[in-house]
Ligand binder design. Structure first.
Ligand code: NAI
Ligand code: MG
Length: 499
């Protein structure tokens, strides 16, 4: 089998059979809705598959399966057994890695070459990291004030049934960021992929079955957010929602969680500042800042979309970022030379073009880009030219709202006091960047920036061992690091009177 070629692999089966493929209790079943959704390749506008349009009854079935699995033999597996399952799954993901990347590329447009390069660490590496973490979960022994021989210790127990609701901008990676901690901690899950890009999640379900993940431990229900997502968020038998997506849906999930006081972790979007001082190594800062916002066609939660540049280098630097953007090879992500793919969908294309219009109407100056690309065979896809806006006022919508496209607002500043205050003048707080050779500036801003990550002389680096998450409207909870497992565990205190 050539796992690169979806027509001769497991991926082919997923592509052709996805319409009848909800993965519930270890079996592939059809949705009780009888309805289907189209999966569209955003580079061509072509329908590549149909997936099941799950409904609330499907969610009920999947949650019931997850609940049974939680109280079944899974409960008594040792950390070492769960570790072995995760490692087996990682080997299978490794074996089918190119096909998984290809499914994502076809489904949501990202360049295959970038997916292969990034997901090796961000998805596969992370799965192996969680395998290690499975055996590192432990409680404490605590001295206490009780008289006599009363012994106190804590146990870390799985939170229970998790709803994993993920977006489309990095499907395989996002799925693994939920699957890993679920398996490591002994939770169970219903995973709901985004309707725009479900295929790699279905393939992961098949690989989980092959890896020996017991039936019901991870279930996959495809469908639209307002139906399947909302049914999960409000479900009385779900103990936790792990959500990645827009802040508006994050807020609706918090509201829906109130009924049974679900635990919620939210990895939402942002309007991240990327700050370039005149003393920076500009040869590194130009590509760093440009890819920090154009990478994945700007569909990155921590994209550095507010590019603050010290005034004395502003014109030169912004021109260089614009040129860098214009030189990126934009096209069908399945073409090996392409660096920037299309936006995920027609909706997203319209949304981004709307923001570009809004920016112009607000008085921003288009330094480069600012239009759809329709040359040659780009015409049927959802391509937007990497766009740089100047003459930005802080209150403009393009400078305050998440666009989720290849659009950057370039903003001049004069002093560190000024940029510190303006960078923090946002309700979001996910990523932030600082480019400088001055350690004092770097340290000062690392402390004062209101964001879950600060990248100094780099941008958007990730590692399985490093926690990632937001401040403010960018959400709460952390993915990555030891902190990640805390989101899936609850603490029990045990008192034993041995007198
Ligand atoms: P979304 O937040 O609506 O979708 C993310 C996930 O939530 C999908 O699986 C969706 O089906 C589900 N969902 C939608 N409505 C739901 C509900 N009421 N209850 C439960 N689950 C629900 O994002 P969408 O509509 O795809 O994109 C719109 C904008 O959201 C983007 O332009 C971008 O600004 C932002 N976004 C941010 C992401 C991030 O990683 N921070 C990822 C995706 C979108
Ligand atoms: Mg939505």
């Amino acid at each position: 089998m050539n796992s690169n070629d979806p027509t001769s692999s497991l991926a082919a089966r997923i592509l052709s059979a996805a319409a009848n493929q909800l993965y519930i209790d270890g079996e592939w079943v059809a949705s009780s809705s009888g309805e289907q959704l189209e999966s569209i390749n955003p580079a061509t506008g072509e329908t590549i598959a149909h997936v099941a349009n799950g409904n609330a009854a499907d969610v009920d079935r999947a949650v019931a399966a997850a609940r049974r699995a939680l109280h079944g033999p899974w409960r008594d597996t040792t950390p070492y057994e769960r570790q072995a399952i995760i490692l087996k799954l990682a080997d299978l993901v490794d074996q089918h890695f190119d096909a998984l990347c290809l499914l994502d590329s076809m489904d949501m447009g990202a360049p295959l070459s970038r997916l292969r390069a990034n997901s090796r660490k961000r998805a596969l590496g992370r799965l192996r990291f969680y395998a290690g973490m499975a055996t590192a979960i432990h409680g404490n022994t605590i001295g206490n004030s009780a008289p006599g021989k009363v012994f106190t210790y804590t146990m870390r127990e799985p939170i229970g049934v998790v709803a994993g609701i993920i977006p489309w901008n990095a499907p395989m990676t996002s799925a693994i960021w939920k699957i890993g901690p679920v398996l490591a901690t002994g939770c169970t899950m219903v995973l709901k992929p985004a309707e725009q890009a479900s295929l790699s999640c279905l393939m992961l379900a098949e690989l989980m079955a092959q890896a020996g993940v017991p039936p019901g431990v991870v279930n996959v229900v495809t469908g639209v957010g307002e139906i399947t997502g909302a049914a999960l968020a409000g479900h009385p038998d779900v103990n936790k929602v792990a959500f990645t997506g827009s802040h508006a849906v994050g807020q609706s999930i918090v509201r829906a969680s109130a009924g049974n006081l679900k635990r919620v972790s939210l990895e939402l979007g942002g309007k991240s500042p990327d700050i370039v001082f005149a003393d920076a190594d500009l040869d590194k800062a130009v590509p760093g800042a440009a890819m920090g916002v154009f990478g994945n066609t700007g569909q990155v939660c921590c994209a550095g979309t507010r590019l603050f540049v010290e005034r004395k280098i502003y014109d030169e630097f912004v021109q260089r970022v614009a040129q860098f953007g214009q030189q990126l090879r934009v096209g069908n992500g399945q073409d090996p030379d392409v660096e920037i793919g299309p936006l995920v969908s027609k909706d997203q294309l319209e949304r981004v073009l709307d923001y570009i219009d809004i920016g112009r109407r607000e008085g921003a100056r288009t330094i480069s880009g600012g239009e759809r690309m329709t040359e040659g065979n780009l015409a049927n896809g959802y391509f937007v030219r990497p766009t740089v806006f100047g003459d930005i006022e802080d209150g403009m919508r393009i400078a305050t709202e998440e666009i989720f496209g290849p659009v950057v607002c370039a903003i001049p500043f004069d002093t560190i006091d000024e940029v510190e205050q303006r960078a923090n003048a946002t309700a979001f707080g996910l990523g932030s960047g600082v480019w400088t050779r001055d350690i004092n500036k770097a340290q000062r801003l690392s402390r004062s920036l209101h964001a879950g990550s600060v990248w100094v002389n780099c941008y958007n680096l990730m590692d399985p061992a490093v926690p990632f998450g937001g401040y403010g409207l960018s959400g709460y909870g952390r993915e990555g690091g030891v902190e990640h497992l805390d989101e899936y565990l609850q603490t029990k205190a045990v008192w034993i009177n041995a007198t």
